[in-house]
Design a protein around this ligand. Structure first.
Ligand SMILES: O=P(O)(O)OC[C@H]1O[C@H](O)[C@H](O)[C@@H](O)[C@@H]1O
Length: 555
């Protein structure tokens, strides 16, 4: 266990010495501030507002060595079956590898397969976008509804939202819509098809396993919507499905059993974890249909750029390694269980939701790789919202309540530059004023003495005081949020999670913790079915608490 190493012990002892130094003091050391920065291809990371010194960083890099981080990352890139409980390789980096850079799983160059599927997606999306492939009544397929949940939904939605007002992507999507249907709540299906006409709608069923209950019921629900809507136009059910439903899955035969023609199924592989699958057909099919394949290629190139950086940059300049080590420092040594992602970019409104799955499903574990119980808490509680919205919501707590390490994320240029005549600054500069102000407010705080000097009445001073000493880091992208940067940001946060899992010594690639609830839901489903058929059917196998709620519901 990593906590048995002298490197861990040294960090634990060092954490005690850091406690006494306020960030206000640390930030006075200009040499330290300059050292606690790193840069890579259009991204600056400033981590000078961490409760950390140069010595802290040395100790964290020692810990990375003790955890064999480099070797573990190399093992992933070599296609080793590092997901031991499922006996699978973890090769999402191969999904964005250029055709001339092979990567191998079990002796096979999987990059060839990747590019075969990418080429098929490009051909198909070009045909749909040009109208060559059309609906059963001859109409262009302008509306896409992508059905999927978890990893088959969150990443694609993050990218879709991120690029909606990016110049190139927006122009490419003119006249088209893309919607997502994830929740089994029938209200989500109603929202997804609201105002749409089956004649110009293409439904994409996205599921790695093609067995996920929610996705399958939603797929049947929209299949009926298509078949019924098109029957009114004299289209047969078979034609409705052939022209209006496609699938993305690692279980191609199951998609075919559902009734989707083999040429309309885009595959991926068991070495792509669901939450790491946005760069596979899972994300690329709906996104290429909507934005075109040139945009998705730029997105993949951005992710690849960060992959190369992860594998080749020295650890001290390695952005995802730095993010991961600081996450370990804050959670395992500073006792902060939560962290916030705060993009000062409205287009990143679904970024935190996606990374929440990436991180919490990956590292929310209780045992080490070998099955022994971890003697420390792993994983972190992730949340986030774009700024400045969050400032008018939960920032009260992060300034004066609990300590929540924050990642501030922003872009030098806006996707939609606006500067009103007579205004002091552009709208983007107004946004960015907050991006620069908040980290210092958190770090420095405001003392009772300062308040007294300002003439604040004594009774109010404790309420208006800010303790400060609250850690954050700032990620500043030099350009605007385009498809390339969107890919970089995705890979940066995917790798951050992998780095943390590697250091804690757990399996970041399985998710057994989601299974129990599914099994119990099956039992409830069977009961509901029996009770709806026969109101007198006995409620079997539930404790009195659940039985009584079920009775109330059935009544
Ligand atoms: O893509 P699917 O097989 O439909 O899986 C969808 C999602 O559901 C599962 O329960 C897992 O928790 C997720 O990791 C997965 O992304």
């Amino acid at each position: 266990m990593i906590n048995d190493t002298p490197q861990w012990t040294r960090l634990a002892a060092h954490a005690k010495t850091i406690e006494s130094t306020h960030l206000r003091t640390l930030l006075k050391d200009e040499a330290r501030n300059a050292a606690l920065t790193a840069e890579h291809n259009g991204i600056t990371l400033d981590y000078s507002r961490q409760n950390a010194t140069l010595e802290t960083m040395d100790l964290l890099f020692d810990l990375a060595e003790a955890a064999h981080l480099r070797e573990k990352l190399a093992a992933i890139a070599s296609g080793d079956h590092v997901n031991a409980t499922e006996d699978r390789a973890v090769m999402h980096m191969a999904l964005r590898s250029p055709a001339n850079k092979p990567m191998y799983v079990d002796g096979k160059n999987v990059v060839e397969d990747v590019h075969e599927v990418l080429a098929a997606i490009r051909r198909f999306s070009d045909r749909v976008r040009s109208g060559e492939a059309h609906g059963a009544t001859g109409k262009k397929l302008l509306n896409i509804v992508s059905i999927g949940i978890g990893g088959s939904y969150l990443g694609p939605e993050y990218v879709f939202e991120a690029l909606r007002h990016e110049k190139v992507a927006k122009a490419a999507a003119a006249g088209r819509t893309l919607r997502f249907l994830a929740n089994v709540d029938p209200v989500d299906a109603a929202r997804a098809v609201e105002g749409l006409n089956p004649e110009d709608t293409l439904v994409v069923v996205v599921s790695k396993t093609f067995t996920t209950a929610e996705t399958m019921l939603n797929a049947r629900t929209l299949r009926k919507w298509l078949v019924d809507g098109l029957a009114a136009k004299g289209v047969s059910a078979a034609d409705a499905i052939r022209h209006h439903m496609i699938a993305v899955s690692a279980a191609v035969p199951k998609a075919q059993e559902f009734g989707i023609a083999p040429e309309n199924v885009f595959g991926f592989w068991d070495w792509v974890g669901g939450r790491y699958s946005v760069c596979s057909a899972v994300g690329i099919v709906p996104l290429a249909l909507h934005y075109g394949a040139d945009v998705t290629d730029a997105f993949l190139a951005g992710a690849h750029d960060l992959d190369e950086h992860l594998l080749n940059a020295p650890l001290r300049q390695n952005l995802p390694v730095l993010l991961g080590l600081l996450g370990i420092w804050n959670s395992s040594f500073q006792g902060h269980a939560t962290r916030a992602m705060l993009p000062y970019a409205q287009a990143l409104l679904r970024f935190a939701a996606h990374i929440q799955q990436v991180d919490m499903e990956s590292n929310g574990k209780r045992v080490a790789l070998d099955g022994s119980v971890l003697p420390f808490a792993a994983g972190e509680i992730n949340f986030g919202e774009p700024g400045t919205n969050g400032q008018h919501s939960f920032y009260q707590l992060i300034h004066q309540g609990r300590v929540v390490p924050c990642d501030f994320i922003a872009f030098c240029k806006s996707q939609t530059p606006t500067h009103l005549a007579g205004e002091k600054v552009s709208n983007h500069d107004e946004l960015m004023s907050n991006f620069f102000a908040q980290p210092d407010a958190l770090a420095n705080g405001k003392t009772v003495e300062e308040l007294a000097a300002e003439g604040v009445p004594a009774a109010l001073r404790p309420h208006k005081a800010f303790p400060g000493n609250r850690p954050s880091l700032s990620l500043l992208f030099h350009g605007s949020l385009d498809a390339f940067a969107c890919g970089q940001l995705l890979a940066l946060y995917e790798h951050r999670t992998v780095v943390q899992g590697a250091i804690w010594g757990l399996n970041s690639f399985d998710q057994w913790g989601v299974e129990l609830g599914k099994v119990l839901a099956t039992q409830v489903r069977n009961q509901l079915s029996a009770s709806r058929a026969d109101a007198a059917a006995e409620l079997k196998g539930f404790n009195s608490s659940t039985a009584s709620l079920l009775k109330r519901y059935l009544a």
